[in-house]
Design a protein around this ligand. Structure first.
Ligand code: EPU
Length: 432
């Protein structure tokens, strides 16, 4: 088992380059299946979720050529199957995008039920199914698979009103509709930057999608998508995580290769807490010298404060003066990491969707567990700010979404490294 070992209590200084956006990449790779040609995707983050998506495409018959660490060429002309493997798909949440992509191109998709981060509640896909059904697909769940099919081999445009603002449903329906016959309108659509990125990708391959980034998206179906080249946007949440890290440890870092507009919702809260943020064309200079002030945070769909930054901001608030309230407005439950923070000395009470965070003067290092991707990011931030040594296990979650987190933090002066330990089972066997 590999763990991160962190000697905390050291401010961060230096520069960090932000990678391509995970949640755009895991939708754009499946969308490449829709292209009857070769598409070159640049600025892909080197993370395990991306590797997994590429392996799924390969199993379906796509030819994948790695050009360099961040660029691949995907040739989907010879896809030979519309049924995904259970083994790979169950490992990532984003495998649900294969339903929209395969339905769009082949009118048929058998996709193993998605896995991915488990926040403790259910993660339904009823809104995705509602959209596919409106477009004329029959969708059934059987034997661990979602099976979607059409009578004619092609979906038909329709108006879909989403009952909840869902990132996944918006992107999935957008993909399905891009090659449907006629016009589709998605009402009450999500507006996250990665939704605009997916629409831009599809449009650059020949789709006709307007309004992405607003709550009404209009799609005129096309017969075919051609190849092309596309570069993925920078990762808003990765950037926000490094900003939160320097807010917790103190110091000054330059966050490079970002779109500052995407960061506004995060920047605004950090500034309210007393962090200084200077905005440049594609960088942010983030400095924290004084004490942190309490703030209240409520997570909401974009342009609200992102749920994927909730564990990280709560960790920073654990070190602020006064009592802050954090309310989770997107997921029913996303506070499993709080027990771990409390073991490091934080004072946080959770009542359903709200965390009451009583700021403390310092955290102390401890062995802690990453329960999911962003909870893992919170553990890293807490460990960097804490006095003494922490050991973080469950790091495979962190590596699903953060490229080279160890070397990026080391370049900022953090004392962090990964170390292999014998598994508990192996240890028990050797003792026994
Ligand atoms: N929801 C429904 N029905 C649906 C779909 C969603 O009720 O059919 C509900 C969910 O239960 C949740 C809310 O709607 O309460 C929002 O869910 P959404 O569909 O927007 O989430 P998602 O598409 O499954 C993506 C990201 C998550 C991120 C959320 C919200 C990917 C692969 N995942 O999930 O990212 O938290 O949007 O922004 O894009 C992460 O990166 O750590 C992560 C978990």
């Amino acid at each position: 088992m590999t763990k991160y070992i962190v000697q905390g209590g050291k401010p961060l200084f230096g520069e960090v380059e932000i990678s391509g956006a995970k949640n755009a990449a895991v939708a754009i790779i499946p969308a490449a299946l829709m292209v009857d040609g070769v598409c070159r995707i640049e600025n892909l983050p080197q993370i395990s979720d991306v590797t997994m998506c590429l392996r799924i495409l390969e199993q379906l018959g796509a030819n994948i050529r790695t050009i360099n660490r961040h660029t691949v060429e995907i040739d989907s002309r010879k896809i030979h199957s519309t049924r995904t493997s259970m083994d790979l798909c169950s490992k990532i949440r984003a495998s649900y995008y294969l339903i929209g992509a395969l339905l769009a191109r082949f009118g048929q998709a058998d996709v193993a039920m998605p896995g991915g981060c488990n926040f403790g509640g259910v993660r339904p896909i009823d809104q995705h199914v509602k959209g596919f059904t409106a477009l004329g697909a029959k969708v059934v769940a059987e034997g661990g698979y979602v099976m979607a099919s059409t009578d004619t081999g092609r979906l038909k445009g329709a108006t879909v009103y989403l009952d909840v603002v869902s990132v996944g449903a918006t992107m999935n329906i957008m993909m399905a509709a891009a090659m449907a016959e006629g016009d589709t309108v998605i009402e009450n659509a999500a507006k996250e930057p990665h939704i605009v990125d997916l629409a831009n990708f599809l449009n650059s391959m020949g789709a006709n999608i307007r309004g992405a980034g607003t709550d009404t998206i209009k799609i005129r179906g096309v017969d075919r998508l051609n190849g092309g080249t596309y570069a993925i946007i920078p990762d808003q949440i990765e950037a926000g995580t490094y900003m939160a890290a320097v807010a917790a440890t103190g110091g000054q870092i330059l966050v490079k290769n970002i779109i500052p507009k995407h960061m506004d919702c995060i920047t605004a809260k950090l500034v309210e807490m007393g962090v200084e943020v200077e905005e440049h064309e594609d960088t942010l200079l983030v400095r924290r010298t004084g004490a942190l002030r309490k703030v209240n945070v409520k997570t909401m769909p974009y342009p609200g404060f992102p749920t994927d930054m909730q564990p990280q901001i709560t960790t920073v608030l654990a070190l602020a003066q006064g009592t802050s309230l954090v309310t989770e407005g997107v997921w029913a439950s996303r506070y499993r990491y709080v027990d771990e923070l409390c073991r490091m000395g934080a004072n946080i009470q959770v009542d359903e969707r709200t965390a009451v965070v009583e700021g403390v003067d310092r955290l102390t290092g401890a062995p802690v567990q990453a329960y999911d991707l962003r909870a893992g990011a919170a553990m890293v931030i807490a460990a960097l700010a804490a006095q003494g040594q922490s050991e973080i296990s469950g790091i495979h979650y962190i590596e699903r979404g953060y490229e080279n987190i160890i070397s990026k933090l080391q370049a900022l002066g953090a004392r962090i490294h990964s170390e292999d330990f014998p598994d508990d089972d192996a240890l028990a066997a050797s003792i026994g």
